[in-house]
Ligand binder design. Structure first.
Ligand code: HPA
Ligand code: MG
Length: 224
């Protein structure tokens, strides 16, 4: 098997090393309209599901018996948030520790093509006063430099929640990684632009199950 090392680093994420070439696309099914647009499968859908189940258990261990207000960061976070909430619900049903969850959605936008732009837009988050005194779980698909997360955390903190935890499916190893990392991390990945599992490139590839590295021709095809 390939070099996907499982070692406890940064909240115990699964660490995907820089020299891991990914799985060949021939080994998996994916929509034919994306042939030629992808370089490799970096995290197959089934592995995302298995890891999400474990993150749900970690969250349940820490927060079980509390009510949680989930803040889903759209658009990229919708799939991870839905699957994570599903797994927490299942654990909650099958144990005598239950979590009451309410789910809210906010939208962040800062990327054009594969580049982060300076101006971060937070939409649907103008008045988060309902977060006052609540246990908040922010659910994000991907954390890069951590700047977006820092800005969002500051914004949410201003509404005085009792506690804030962050679950991020992916943390990207970028040169300027900040100290601000999610409390629950699925995978630490190399500094590649990835798509699939609701992560997009100019709104394409959300309809792809696996997390894949986009190819140069894919970037050209969907460039704005
Ligand atoms: N893919 C999609 N969206 C993103 C990424 C990425 O690699 N990094 C930050 N936003
Ligand atoms: Mg995006």
């Amino acid at each position: 098997m390939a070099d996907v090392s499982v070692q406890p680093r940064r909240s115990g994420a699964i660490v995907i090393n820089d020299d891991w070439p990914g799985y060949s696309l021939d080994l998996f099914s994916f929509p034919a309209h994306y042939s030629g647009d992808l370089h490799s499968v970096i995290i197959p859908y089934g592995v995302i599901m298995d890891r999400t189940e474990r993150l749900a258990r970690n969250i349940m261990d820490d927060l079980g018996d509390h009510d949680i207000t989930v803040l889903c960061v759209l658009k990229g976070g919708y799939q991870f948030c839905a699957d994570l909430v599903d797994r927490i619900k299942a654990l909650s049903c099958n144990s005598n520790r239950s979590i009451l969850m309410r789910v809210h959605f906010i939208r962040l936008k800062s990327y054009l093509n594969d580049q982060s732009t300076e101006d971060l837009h937070i939409l649907g988050a103008e008045d988060l006063s309902f977060l006052a005194d609540k246990n908040v779980l922010i659910v994000e698909a991907i954390v890069g430099t951590g700047k977006t997360m820092e800005t969002l955390l500051k914004h949410v903190e201003a509404f005085r929640p009792k506690m804030i935890k962050v679950a991020g499916l992916l943390v990207k190893r970028v040169p300027q990684n900040s100290a601000c990392l999610p409390d629950y991390v699925g995978f630490e990945i190399p500094n590649h632009f990835v798509v699939g599992y609701a992560l997009d490139y100019n709104e394409y590839f959300r309809d792809l199950n696996h997390i894949c590295v986009i190819s140069e021709s894919g970037k050209m095809k969907y460039k704005i």
